[in-house]
Design a protein around this ligand. Structure first.
Ligand SMILES: *[C@@H]1O[C@H](CO)[C@@H](O)[C@H](O)[C@H]1NC(C)=O
Ligand SMILES: *[C@@H]1O[C@H](CO)[C@@H](O)[C@H](O)[C@H]1NC(C)=O
Ligand SMILES: *[C@@H]1O[C@H](CO)[C@@H](O)[C@H](O)[C@H]1NC(C)=O
Length: 416
C-alpha cells in the first residue's frame, strides 16, 4: 500500500517535470504545429491545473502521432490505447466536465476541424487543437465570460470568442449525428430499456422541454428559449430541437416541431405494432400531463386510486420520466447553461446544441463526469398553460384504449 502510494507520488513528480520540459522546450519541430508556449506558460502560473491538463494532452498526442514504438522508459500510466493519463484526473472534470481520456479523444477527433478556417484578422493563429478545444470547452463547462477566459488562457478576447464559436460550429454541424434519432433496430434496445424499468412495452422515449434564460448583452433584454428533447432510459438524447419561444406551452412547442410532423406522417416510430391483449400498440413516447394524449404519446391518468392499474401506470410513467429530468438537469449543469446566457439568441441555441452533443458523446464513452446526480434545479411541474383537454374523437379514443391496455402491463412499483 505504502509503496504504491510512493510510486504514484514519484510518477506525479516526474510528470510535472515532463510538463515543465514541454512548456520550456517545445520539442515539436513540425512546422504546421507551433505551440503558443508563452500564453500556456503564463496560464500555467495562473491556473496550474488547466495548463497541466492541456499540455499533457498535447504531449501524449504528439507521442501518438510519432507512433514510433520507442521503448517506454518514463513511468507514466498508460491506458490500453497508449494514451498518457494525467496525474490529477479531477482537474479535467473540474475544468471541462470530462475525463482526461475523453478530452484526448475529442481533441484528436476535432483537430482537423478546429484548426481550419482561422479568420484572416487572427491569422496565423498559433494554437494547438488541444488549446483551442480547452478554451471552447472551458466556456461551455464553466460558463465564465470571455474576458475571464482570455486572462486565464493568455489569449486575446477575440481569439477566445473565435475558439468558442468554432467549437460550437464544429460540434453542431459535423457531429450532429450524435443526437440523431435512432434507427428502427436501435429503437428496439431503447424500448427494452424502458420495459425492464417499468414493464411498459414499446416505449421509444420520454419527451420534455428545457427552458433557458438568455440575456441580450446589448440591450439587457431577457428572453427565454425552450429546447424540446426526447431521451432514452440511459439519459441519451435521441432528439433535440432548440430555439422555441420559452413562454409557449410544451404542447404548442411539440405541435410546431419537426418531430411532431415526422411522427404524424409516419416517418418516425413506424415499426410494426406489438399486440397486448388483442390491442395493437405502435411505438410511442411518454410525456407529462402538459402534453396531449395521442396514440403515440402517453400521458399520465389524471385521477387514479393508488394500487389501481391506472395508479401503477402513473407510477411507471413517473419512473420513466426521471431519465428526462436527469438529462435536463445535466444539461443545466454545463456552466454556460446554468445561468442566464449572455449572448445573442443564435449563439445561445448553439450552446444548447453543443452541450447536448457533448452530453451524448460522453455517455457513448461511458464518461459520466457531466451527469447530474439529482434533479434539484429542475421544476418537476413546470407552470404554464396546459393543453390536455380530451377531445372526444376517434384518435383520442384510440389513445385511451392503448393507455388502458398498457396500464395492465405496468409494474407495481409502489408495493411490489
Ligand atoms: C505565429 O507564428 C508565426 C511564425 O510561425 C509568426 O510569424 C507569427 O507572428 C505568430 N503569430 C502570433 C499571433 O503569435
Ligand atoms: C468556474 O471556474 C471557477 C474558477 O476555477 C470556479 O470557482 C467555478 O466554480 C467554476 N464554475 C463552474 C460552473 O464550474
Ligand atoms: C398518477 O397517479 C398517481 C397515483 O395514483 C397520482 O398520485 C398522481 O396524481 C397521478 N398523476 C397525475 C399527473 O395525474
Amino acid at each position: 500500500m505504502e509503496s504504491r502510494r510512493l510510486a504514484a507520488l514519484l510518477s506525479s513528480i516526474i510528470s510535472q517535470l515532463l510538463l515543465l520540459i514541454f512548456l520550456l522546450f517545445p520539442s515539436d519541430s513540425n512546422s504546421n504545429y507551433t505551440p503558443n508556449v508563452f500564453p500556456l506558460l503564463r496560464h500555467f502560473l495562473s491556473c496550474q491545473e488547466i495548463a497541466a491538463s492541456l499540455s499533457l494532452a498535447s504531449i501524449s498526442r504528439k507521442r501518438k502521432r510519432a507512433s514510433s514504438p520507442e521503448p517506454e522508459s518514463e513511468p507514466v500510466d498508460e491506458d490500453p490505447e497508449g494514451i498518457v493519463l494525467p496525474r490529477s484526473p479531477d482537474s479535467f472534470k473540474d475544468c471541462f466536465k470530462m475525463t482526461a481520456s475523453t478530452f484526448e479523444w475529442l481533441s484528436g477527433l476535432l483537430e482537423p476541424l478546429l484548426e481550419c478556417r482561422d479568420p484572416i484578422e487572427l491569422f496565423p493563429l498559433n494554437l494547438s487543437a488541444g488549446v483551442r478545444l480547452g478554451i471552447g470547452l472551458f466556456r461551455l463547462a464553466n460558463g465564465s465570460d470571455y474576458e475571464e477566459i482570455s486572462k486565464r488562457f493568455g489569449v486575446s478576447e477575440s481569439v477566445t470568442r473565435f475558439c468558442v464559436k468554432q467549437l460550437c460550429r464544429v460540434l453542431c454541424t459535423n457531429f450532429r449525428f450524435w443526437v440523431a434519432f435512432p434507427n428502427p433496430n436501435e429503437l428496439g434496445s431503447v424500448s427494452q430499456g424502458f420495459e425492464s424499468l417499468s414493464g411498459l412495452p414499446n416505449c421509444c422515449g420520454v419527451i420534455d422541454c428545457a427552458r433557458f434564460k438568455v440575456v441580450n448583452t446589448e440591450n439587457s433584454r431577457e428572453d427565454c428559449i425552450a429546447a424540446q428533447i426526447v431521451v432514452d432510459s440511459s439519459w441519451r438524447i435521441l432528439s433535440i430541437a432548440a430555439g422555441f419561444h420559452g413562454h409557449k406551452s410544451n404542447s404548442r412547442i411539440l405541435k410546431s416541431s419537426t418531430l411532431y410532423k415526422d411522427i404524424e406522417e409516419g416517418k418516425l416510430l413506424n415499426s410494426s405494432p406489438i399486440h397486448v391483449n388483442g390491442v395493437s400498440i405502435n411505438q410511442y413516447l411518454i410525456g407529462d400531463a402538459e402534453y396531449p394524449l395521442l396514440p403515440w404519446l402517453m400521458v399520465p391518468f389524471v385521477e387514479t386510486l393508488p394500487g389501481s392499474i391506472e395508479g401503477n401506470f402513473n407510477a411507471s410513467h413517473e419512473l420513466m420520466r426521471l431519465s428526462a429530468l436527469r438529462t435536463v438537469s445535466s444539461l443545466k449543469n454545463w456552466g454556460v447553461l446554468s445561468r442566464p446566457i449572455q449572448e445573442e439568441l443564435k449563439m445561445a441555441v448553439a450552446y444548447i446544441g453543443a452541450c447536448s452533443i457533448l452530453h451524448n458523446s460522453l455517455l457513448m464513452r461511458e464518461d459520466f463526469s457531466a451527469l447530474s446526480g439529482g434533479f434539484e434545479d429542475y421544476q418537476f411541474h413546470h407552470q404554464s398553460e396546459t393543453d390536455n383537454r380530451l377531445e372526444d374523437n376517434i384518435i383520442t379514443r384510440n389513445a385511451l384504449v392503448i393507455r388502458s391496455t398498457l396500464a395492465t402491463r405496468a409494474k407495481n412499483i409502489r408495493d411490489p
